[in-house]
Ligand binder design. Structure first.
Ligand code: ZN
Length: 473
């Protein structure tokens, strides 16, 4: 299968290369802002001329047509922007030779994309989140620069080659990519350098010929519940614990956040604390991503169908509610801060899990089923299909008043998701569209899909103890 895949390495640049990297990213930002200024000036000029024409008694249509003719076409596309840049660069940026031409091109490309998104939105041809007009890139914007042509390669296991920047050592071995390139199984399409919390990275976008084995159990369905207490609980009863490192970082993050808020805005010390905090955030995100990678690889190589919740469901429900003082304000007992922290740590996960699963399942011929936004995975009884009206977050186990099932809350949710996936598949058949199956069916389970051990390796369910005629406490 031919896929686009990114390979990211941390760089270990010399001081000289470091400033060259900065310079390239700065050049990219400069070109972006310069192009944006050009576009804005021209739009403003056209507007002013139009108003003048209107005052002279022209009709609206005539006025705008005349104004546009006088000012000429707005450089809205990448080729147009690049043409203007090449015409004016010697005057506006006499230092342009210091950086690779790719750096300016990368800034103008970003601008052209932003402008296109804006006009697509105006025309109504764009889906997704709404976008406004392009903004000037500020000094503190994320620094990055993309190379699409020139000498871009992995020299050996520890060095990469980039246009103008030359050979740069990597902190991590680039063996995997080097090997793919040697065998002719990968082709580098572009390289992006970027800075994050004081470190430099390069990300190669490659076209890779992948040869993956199909999932070991293609007929198996597994549901995943991402949790607060554990990283994830699978419907086969497996519990993936949170990485231990998180707790330590969490404490440190809270301390740094407090320290930062006490420091004077705009001061050096505050900036320093912010950098420390950013590093901490990156560590947490990195740790979590690693664990997620291990999990998703295991899932994709084992199961044919993986069922997850729609995004943001957990994000909205998992945060502990701060105590309200009655006048619309909230008690500042740390609950609020903790809630924010939980969210920061957790929020990335559902999206990241889904992203990784989407491409990994595709590699192994599996399918991802996303349960609809309103599927009450944690309120539903996985045995009889009864829905609870209320289930507080403090309740760690699910007790069904109807059939007496007592089961771990997260496992219950995972089982419900697995059942949802089975139903979605039987409704949708084997069409390729099941990836986004929203089901839409009644949330209740079919009686033939009760809490069985999950397909697959099936560790025994942990707290599955269905008492006979239990009364809820
Ligand atoms: Zn029940």
């Amino acid at each position: 299968m031919l896929v686009h895949q990114a390979f990211r390495f941390e760089l270990d640049p010399s001081t000289r290369t470091r400033s060259a990297l900065s310079s390239h990213c700065g050049a990219s930002r400069y070109a972006f802002n310069w192009g944006l200024g050009l576009v804005e000036d021209q739009l403003a000029a056209t507007r002013t001329l139009g108003v003048l024409a209107l005052r002279q008694g022209a009709s609206t249509k005539e006025a705008s047509a005349w104004a546009r003719q006088v000012t000429g076409p707005v450089p809205w596309s990448l080729p147009a922007l690049r043409r203007e840049w090449n015409r004016q660069k010697t005057a506006v940026a006499p230092w342009w030779k210091e950086n690779s031409k790719e750096s300016y091109s990368s800034g103008l490309d970003a601008l052209a994309r932003a402008l296109k998104n804006f006009s697509d939105q105006k025309r109504g041809t764009r889906t997704g989140a709404s976008v406004g007009f392009a903004h000037k890139k500020k000094r503190w914007a994320r620094r990055s620069c993309r190379f699409t042509t020139g000498a871009i390669t992995v020299v050996d296991d520890r060095h990469v080659q980039l246009p103008r920047l030359g050979c740069i050592r990597t902190k991590e071995p680039a063996v995997k990519l080097r090997r793919l390139l040697d065998r002719g199984q990968a082709r580098i399409l572009s390289a992006t350098v970027s800075e994050g919390a004081g470190r430099w990275f390069v990300s190669f976008t490659c076209e890779v010929e992948r040869q993956d084995l199909p999932a070991t159990d293609p007929a198996a369905v597994v549901g995943i519940d991402l949790g607060v207490k554990h990283l994830a609980v699978l419907s086969n009863g497996a519990v993936i614990p949170n990485p231990k490192a998180l707790g330590r970082y969490e404490r440190r993050m809270r301390r740094l956040q407090r320290a930062a808020s006490r420091r004077l805005k705009g001061s050096r010390r505050r900036a320093r604390t912010k950098v420390q905090l950013a590093r901490c955030h990156r560590k947490v995100a990195g740790t979590r991503r690693d664990v997620l990678h291990q999990l998703t690889t295991r899932l994709a190589t084992t199961y044919g169908v993986v069922v997850v919740e729609d995004l943001h469901v957990k994000g909205m429900t998992a945060a502990p509610k701060p105590a309200e003082n009655g006048d619309g304000t909230y008690a500042r007992n740390g609950a609020r801060a903790k809630a924010g922290l939980n969210r920061a740590v957790l929020d990335t996960s559902p999206a990241e899990l889904r992203r990784q699963l989407t491409y990994k399942l595709a590699w192994h011929g599996g399918r991802l089923v996303v349960a609809g936004r309103f599927f009450p995975s944690s309120k539903l009884c996985s045995s009889c299909g009864e829905t609870k009206v209320k289930l507080s977050l403090a309740e760690r186990s699910y007790r069904c008043e109807h059939c007496g099932l007592v089961i771990d809350r997260d496992l219950n949710a995972a089982l419900n998701l697995a059942a949802y996936g089975r139903r979605a598949l039987s409704v949708a058949g084997s069409g390729p569209e099941t990836q986004n199956a929203r089901g839409g069916a009644h949330p209740r389970l079919r009686p033939d899909a009760p809490m069985k051990r999950e397909d697959g390796t099936g560790r025994p369910g942990r707290t599955v103890t269905a008492s006979s005629q239990g009364e809820a406490a």
